[in-house]
Design a protein around this ligand. Structure first.
Ligand SMILES: Cc1ncc(C[n+]2csc(CCOP(=O)(O)OP(=O)(O)O)c2C)c(N)n1
Ligand SMILES: CC(=O)[C@@H](O)[C@H](O)COP(=O)(O)O
Ligand SMILES: [Mg+2]
Length: 657
């Protein structure tokens, strides 16, 4: 039995000696490599915080002290030390979450994977501790160098630093990268601190001694004052030259570090100093993503930020690459478009490769900007670029657009800026859980005046709609597509004059045209499956793909008027989604056909595979068909016109069609 199995709570760490702690770190590292290789997950980030997490749990007393992880993808070691050592179900339906989860442990606090929020959490928790007479309980926030490029982090630091009594310990986990090396002035600044700086400066005893010495010098007549001024100038010179005056210290935060983030003793010394300091303090730990695992260290792109199932020996994926991904289709097309148009520029929030701007960047490095984890800045900067005559393409995961809604509304749309926002990972994503599903974007953007929203159903339509989007120069255009492999090509049988594609029509000779199925984006195969199932039950249908779901095309409204029921199927929240918008437009046009919004519930959906989550919420052909049949045949809901030969459910008279 190894040491790791003996650790049931962080308290069990207290009895371990130096050699045992080293052994435990090694066991944890082996455990992570062996287990995450089997399930997939954030292997690199967690290998980088083994010693850091152990030291934090030895110096602070979770859950009495609150430990908050920024983004949360690096909390596997924390889970191992807090009683969760079965990683066989990691990120799987019903299994261990890949992020902190209050339902799993009292030691977990922040479940969201959206970066740069941990310091605001720490600010709030520490204010609460002050007001509830528990100011002696510490809040420890573990924040990455990448997350520190997000503006929220600095809003929080402003607030935390303002109150010297706050027992907030900000542990900067500085591995020099988000996925790729972190960009921006802060990153360079942090890196410049890498030369070893001793941490004794932060001890209160040092502060007291220094103050007493300063006063004596200043009061010691002309010689004393001359000596004080000379020494002060020398100290400033040294710091400005050798150890730049910490921006944190300028903000009023005590700074400790940089500390070797893989040296347990050094970490414990720094954290102990921070704990005794009794006020807001930054501990700057220098770590390495993928530390101790050669394949990760060698993987330059992202040092195994997130891996699928891999061979633990080599780090190579065990599964052969599947069908082409949506991201790769976008990556190729945007690079071609950039070749053709010099005004096209790309913007990423520290995710160049994950969002597919890497090919564009390789061909035109001067026209792709990585702004750090700063989606709000990305959108407004894009509005500025558009004002300057460029056409920016901002590529983000759909869920992260949530953070930049006001910038989309009031900087891009209000100024009618020709900015294209490409939302990857739109709809149910799966293993990253509730905060990662791209399920709010369509409901969110449908209230933005003038915005154009496209939801391509396959690779051909993605290429087509992306080109149509970048041709819109006087309004925001959004193109959204799913995570993973692009579906099969679905050809239209007809394209209507306003660009709507008809994918299936009622069977020849059929007299009734019951159901109009509006298929949004990647739902086309599902929609056609529903149509076929309905047909086998005597209910005919028309299936259309709007391609551009906003503004709502007139042909959709005209078709709705000629059907008994409209069913809009979308991979997004149904409340306020595309279906809701079509309903509003139908009503405005005086069309009172019944409409069902079929989509995702307004709920936080736990992790699983994409298909498991879709099944869980009933976004399957079987469930959708069942509901339509029950409705049409069971006449649960009166329709504009009943089936031929069937008495109108409310008037009783037989219809004439
Ligand atoms: C608002 C937001 N944008 C983008 C992401 C995607 N993302 C997940 S982890 C990560 C990099 C985080 O870098 P860092 O904070 O340095 O942590 P590390 O992975 O290096 O430990 C990014 C960009 C996110 N989680 N949240
Ligand atoms: C934590 C985070 O936001 C990302 O690392 C995310 O886990 C990646 O998701 P994909 O696997 O969809 O790229
Ligand atoms: Mg980092």
């Amino acid at each position: 039995m190894g040491l790791l199995e003996t650790i049931r709570t962080p308290k069990d760490l207290a009895t371990l000696g130096t050699l045992e702690l080293e052994q435990l770190a090694g066991e944890i590292r082996s455990f992570l490599i062996t287990n995450v290789a089997q399930t997939g997950g954030h292997l690199g980030p967690n290998l980088g915080v083994v010693e850091l997490t152990m030291a934090i749990h030895r110096i602070f007393e979770s859950p009495r002290d609150s430990i908050v992880f920024d983004t949360g993808h690096q909390s596997y070691v924390h889970k191992l030390l807090t009683g969760r050592q079965d990683f066989s179900t990691l990120r799987q339906e019903g299994g261990l979450s890949g992020y902190p989860d209050r339902g799993e442990s009292e030691h977990d606090i922040v479940e969201s994977s959206h970066a740069s929020s941990s310091l605001s959490w720490a600010d709030g928790i520490s204010r609460a501790r002050q007001l509830t007479g528990e100011e002696d309980r510490y809040v420890v926030a573990v924040v990455g160098d990448g997350a520190l490029t997000g503006g929220m982090a600095w809003e929080a630091i402003n607030n935390i630093a303002a109150d010297k009594r706050r027992r907030v310990v900000i542990v900067v986990n500085d591995n020099g990268r988000s996925y790729a090396p972190t960009v921006g002035g802060l990153a360079d600044y942090l890196a410049s601190l890498r030369p070893t700086i001793d941490s004794f400066r932060a001890t209160p005893a040092y502060e007291v001694a220094l103050d007493r010495w300063k006063k004596r010098l200043q009061n010691g007549g002309p010689l004393g004052q001359f000596t004080y001024r000379s020494l002060h100038a020398m100290k400033k010179g040294i710091k400005d030259w050798w150890a730049p005056q910490g921006m944190f210290e300028d903000l009023g935060m005590k700074y400790i570090g940089p500390v070797d983030g893989h040296n347990l003793q050094a970490l414990e010394n720094a954290l102990t100093t921070a704990r005794h300091y009794g006020g807001p303090v930054i501990v700057h730990a220098m770590t390495e993503k993928g530390h101790g695992y050669a394949p990760a260290r060698a993987h330059e792109d992202d040092q195994f930020h997130a891996v699928g199932v891999i061979d633990p020996e080599t780090g190579e994926p065990t599964a052969s690459p599947g069908a082409q991904s949506w991201t790769s289709v976008f990556a190729e097309e945007i690079a071609d478009i950039a070749d053709e148009r010099k005004d096209i520029v790309g913007i990423t929030g520290a995710m160049l490769i994950p969002v597919g701007l890497h090919k564009f960047a390789a061909r035109h490095p001067e026209r792709v900007f990585d702004v750090g984890i700063a989606e709000q800045h990305a959108l407004t900067s894009a509005a500025g670029m558009a004002f300057g005559g460029l056409h920016p393409v901002v590529a983000v995961y759909a869920t992260f657009l949530n953070r930049a809604f006001d910038q989309l509304l009031m900087d891009v749309a209000l100024h009618r800026a020709g900015v294209t926002i490409v939302l990857d990972r739109a709809g149910v994503t799966g293993p990253d859980g509730a905060s990662h599903h791209g399920m709010w974007d369509m409901a969110m953007v449908q209230i933005v005046p003038g915005l154009h929203l496209a939801a391509p159903r396959d690779a051909t339509r993605l290429r087509e709609e992306l080109r149509e989007a970048v041709a819109i120069g006087d309004a925001p255009s959004v193109v959204r597509f799913s995570r993973g492999s692009v579906g099969k090509e679905v050809e239209a049988i007809e394209r209507l004059s306003d660009g709507v594609d008809v994918l299936a029509r009622r069977p020849e000779g059929s007299t009734e045209n019951d159901v109009l199925i509006v298929s949004v984006g990647a739902m086309s195969e599902l929609a056609l499956d529903v149509a076929a199932r309905l047909g086998s039950q005597g209910i005919s249908s028309t299936v259309v793909d709007p391609r551009w779901v906003l503004p709502v095309r007139k042909s959709i409204i005209a078709l709705a008027a000629r059907h008994r029921l409209v069913v809009c199927i979308e991979d997004g929240v149904r409340a306020g989604g595309v279906g809701s918008r079509i309903r509003q437009e139908m009503r405005a046009a005086g069309v009172d056909t019944a409409l069902n919004e079929v989509g995702l519930p307004v709920e936080f959906l736990a992790h699983g595979t994409r298909s498991q989550v879709l099944e869980r919420v009933g976004l399957t052909a079987q469930q959708i068909t069942h509901d339509i049949v029950a409705q049409v045949l069971g006449t649960k809901v009166p329709f504009a016109r009943p089936l031929p030969g069937q008495a109108h459910p409310t008037t009783g008279s037989l219809p004439t069609l």
